[in-house]
Design a binder for this molecule. Sequence first.
Ligand SMILES: Cc1cc2nc3c(=O)[nH]c(=O)nc-3n(C[C@H](O)[C@H](O)[C@H](O)COP(=O)(O)OP(=O)(O)OC[C@H]3O[C@@H](n4cnc5c(N)ncnc54)[C@H](O)[C@@H]3O)c2cc1C
Length: 471
Amino acid sequence: MWPFLARAALPLRYVRRARPATMRGLFPVPQIPQIRRDAPRALSQDVLALRGAAEEKVKTMVSGLNYLDGPVADRAAKPLLGRAITILGAGIGGLTAALALARRGAQVTVLEQAEALREVGAGIQVSPNAMRVLWALGLGEAIGACAPAAASVTLRDYAGGREVAHLDLAGMAELGGYRLVHRADLVAELAQAAQAAGVRLRLGVTVSAVQAGAAGVRLDFADGGYATAPLVIGADGVRGLARSAISGRAPEPAFTGQVAWRALVPLPTPVEPRVQVMMGKGQHLVCYPLRDRRVMNLVAVQERADWAPEGWHHEDDPDNLRAAFADFGGPVPDLLARVKQVNLWGLFRHEVPDQWARGRLVLLGDAVHPTLPFLAQGACMAMEDAWVLAECLSAREDISAALTAYQSARLARCRRIVAAANSNAWAYHLRMPGFRQAAHLALRLGDSLAPGAALRRFDWLYRHDVTVGSA
Ligand SMILES: Cc1cc2nc3c(=O)[nH]c(=O)nc-3n(C[C@H](O)[C@H](O)[C@H](O)COP(=O)(O)OP(=O)(O)OC[C@H]3O[C@@H](n4cnc5c(N)ncnc54)[C@H](O)[C@@H]3O)c2cc1C
């Protein structure tokens, strides 16, 4: 039981009660507490908790009466019915898990430190292996409506923009699609669907400590409170708290000697939905359009000795990016000239640990296997994890057995993806002139002699389907 739910002495003068409009007069339903505008902030949290509990009751009543949903007690359709699950972190991994679990009947609460789900991040490529999860959750069309389908990936030489190799992605449509998505749009779609499925999203809640036990997990909050939850999913991202509660202090991640700038640039007219990779000496730049194809997403990676922190929120001066890529040709100078705001991210190699769960605490996404961006799979892996975890929990009554099955299903695949991303960077960054030209020639020849062969090397990645029998 959350202690703040049990708190009796709420100054109720700040609370108004109202029945949901759609249900008034139909039958007796719980009243939903509303917060008055003049309520103090700390109190709002308590009212939100009460409100969440009342909303859950209403939802249960509605779904119990809705013949399309089937009877609420149908454990086959909702194997996690009544199971309370707390998720730490409302990123792509946490929200996907929340939705997948709520659809199976779990009572899910997501705790997120941010006050609002803002436009954080930039573009991400969502490949078919993760699109299948989104389709299975009913979000395939919504993502298709807000994110262009990638037509191809073209590797180019940095100076004049000469094409080195071309991967046609047309065949990806039948596998589920390869989409170029704004992270904020994906987060918004997931959050909306999760809330519609009954997930309680509690924003502005910072967890300050996590302690895993066999019977439950204790969470301490930055405001001094604490709670014990029967099952917690740590989806708190890279360098999150949950990981150290499982395996102690993680080994210090190694700085790769590379940094990535990320920026969004408005375009005057829509462009073709192609991923372009401009390969330079010790650096490369990836660009692709987002949304209505009038916003270009840029990721510019440079090898350098000085360290930069890891995370979405570190701003940099756009002139530093322009200076670093000053000798790039093709479309790059024009795009860089229009960059107004840029974030800088230090790229680190993290070990994927052997242990993903302890007692009733389990990890997913960047919390357990942060990866370099050179295979565009961090968010995709998090979505795969979320689906598999929900399936494993649904297929087994025993939670420890379910968490063991989840780790067994995911560990080798995630390690393979992280290793493949680690080994990809050097290929884009060749410096020695002879070696560089020979490698580019080999890529060009390979492309013309066996078109499609380069993409087939990634069948293990893109054709993997966790939505079929992953438990
Ligand atoms: C340059 C770059 C390009 C990338 N491109 C791609 C791509 O094309 N395709 C792809 O699949 N991936 C890509 N990624 C990776 C992808 O962005 C991440 O892997 C993914 O966003 C991880 O999601 P997550 O939910 O695991 O973690 P996060 O998105 O980090 O979410 C964690 C959440 O937990 C919250 N939180 C943390 N600690 C606490 C706490 N103590 N209390 C409460 N809340 C807390 C955070 O506020 C956050 O909202 C890229 C990454 C980089 C750096």
